[in-house]
Design a protein around this ligand. Structure first.
Ligand code: PHE
Length: 490
């Protein structure tokens, strides 16, 4: 075990971790993905389910992940294996860690393409490439940017290079500092866009689109998308938060840190929604436009406002920075695993990961031009990478983690690591044992079409299942406890 020989690097206290975790959580997920999937799945009801998933699944899973990382001091694979062994359980559980590591890597392979869009738009802002006065003009700019593989490939390659360069340098340098000015800057730019929306029309319509909850309007697929996005936006089940947690000093409150990160992340996403939809409605654009949504709408707003070029440049600069601080967290798990297990330097680990990443991301990039026809079941490489990670791997990984923490491991492990007072601890435990797993399983069953769950009609049934789960879980655990205590006494 390398970590017992060398002290592991640590963040500069709670603040450093919080900046880095916020940097990981706040990214293209909040500003690019949240608005466009909210548009695709019809608005308010989607937003409500997403918020419920953040609270009922995201927050408990995030606490669990950070605790796994700090307890196991390593990449997801190593950390989970150590924590599981400590409880005398099978190391096969570290499969969850393997999946998380793979997941972070797969996400990065399409994330660099989107981050590349942001960099390209920063350049266009600076050089006047975004002149145009209608949605159609902007759609043409977006399409032209994608159509040329050399152009698009240049930007995604640039992002890959920058990411691996920063990761190669180590965890602390740069991340904490850049997040501490990028976050306030981003919030300021969003506030500016919201103010613009209020004065230039479309705001009322945007507000009601985002916050009027029409329960019937959400499809099963939309529910799964909302769950998946809760994982994506908080960087869960993809190795990022767990690995960052392994650098968190003992004695820092995991619960408080988690709450701050989750609140910051949610505020930025909602602000992004309030900034973007007024522009969409004021210009008669279709909210379900898809992945190009913000790139086709926001430049129009910047064109119309005073000092638009300056603000637009600043906006895309912050967005690109936010994308980078997320991107580096996605490969941190893989790089840290390579360093700890293969005895190679951080730099070598980072560059070799970068080469594989570049190959896969090139395939994702080609989905927008040469490889537009390379589809399977109607989805391109880019779509598959997104779909598999958000809709499948992250919810499953999260389920594995809460089941492990709630039922399989010794209760002392998490009681020590979380260091919570009895009441908050009981709340966390009931979330990871019952509420989060039930939420994930129900949404899966619904999405697979095995059984259509209408929440309005089935809430008594769901409540009954929850009560039955609690009864069963609590009936079993007293039997587990003496057995575990006996094992410890040996
Ligand atoms: N949370 C990041 C975002 O919203 C994306 C991310 C996913 C980062 C998984 C790390 C791991 O942009």
């Amino acid at each position: 075990m390398v970590s017992s020989e060398q002290p592991r690097i640590q963040w500069l206290g709670r603040w450093g971790f919080m900046l880095a975790a916020t940097g990981s959580a706040v990214g293209l997920g909040n500003i690019w993905k949240f608005p466009y999937i909210t548009g695709e799945f019809g608005g308010g009801a989607f937003v409500l389910v997403y918020l419920a998933c953040i609270l009922a699944v995201g927050v408990p899973v995030m606490m669990t992940e950070i605790a796994f990382g700090r307890r196991g001091l390593g990449s997801p694979v190593d950390a989970i294996r150590r924590v599981v062994r400590e409880s005398g359980r099978s190391s096969a559980w570290s499969l969850i860690g393997w999946m998380a590591m793979l997941c972070g890597f797969m996400i990065l392979s399409f994330y660099v393409v989107v981050a590349g869009w942001s960099f390209a738009y920063l350049w266009k802002m600076l050089t006047g490439g975004l002149a145009g006065s209608s949605v159609d003009d902007m759609a043409a700019v977006f399409e032209a940017n994608n159509a040329n593989p050399w152009n698009l490939g240049f930007w995604s390659t640039l992002v890959t290079l920058l990411t691996m360069l920063i990761v190669g340098k180590g965890v602390q340098e740069g991340i904490e500092k850049s997040v501490s000015w990028m976050m306030p800057g981003l919030v300021l730019m969003l506030a500016l866009l919201i103010a613009f929306g209020v004065f230039s029309g479309g705001f009322a319509q945007a507000f009601s689109f985002l916050f009027s909850f029409d329960a019937g309007s959400l499809s099963s697929e939309g529910m799964l998308a909302a769950l998946g996005h809760a994982f994506f936006t908080l960087s869960l089940a993809s190795g990022a938060i767990l690995t960052y947690g392994s650098y968190l000093p003992k004695g820092t409150s995991i619960a408080r840190t988690t709450l701050s990160v989750a609140i910051a992340d949610t505020v930025v996403a909602l602000m992004a929604g309030l900034a973007i939809f007024p522009v969409i409605f004021a210009n008669g654009m279709n909210p379900a436009e898809g992945p190009g949504l913000i790139f086709m709408s926001l430049p129009l707003a910047f064109q119309a406002m005073p000092f638009g070029t300056l603000f637009g440049t600043l906006f895309f600069l912050m967005l690109s920075m936010a994308a980078l601080t997320s991107a580096i967290s996605m490969v941190e798990a893989t790089v840290s695993w390579l360093c700890d297990n293969k005895g190679i330097s951080r730099r070598t680990a980072s560059w070799s990961t970068g080469i594989v990443l570049w190959l896969i991301s090139t395939l994702a990039m080609l989905s927008f031009n040469l490889g537009a026809d390379w589809t399977l079941a109607g989805k391109s490489v880019f779509d598959w990478l997104d779909y598999l990670t958000s809709r499948l791997m992250m919810p499953l990984g999260g389920l594995g983690m809460v089941v492990l923490a709630g039922f399989v491991l010794k209760s002392e492990t998490f009681r020590d690591e979380l260091g919570l007072a009895p009441l908050p601890y009981a709340l966390w435990l009931s979330m990871v044992r019952y509420v989060s797993p039930l939420g994930i399983v129900v949404i899966f069953i619904d999405a697979l079409g095995i059984y259509q769950v209408s929440f309005a009609a089935h809430w008594p049934l769901l409540l009954a299942i929850l009560v039955a789960m609690v009864a069963l879980g609590e009936a079993l655990s007293p039997r587990l406890r003496p057995a575990l205590q006996a094992r410890r006494a040996l």
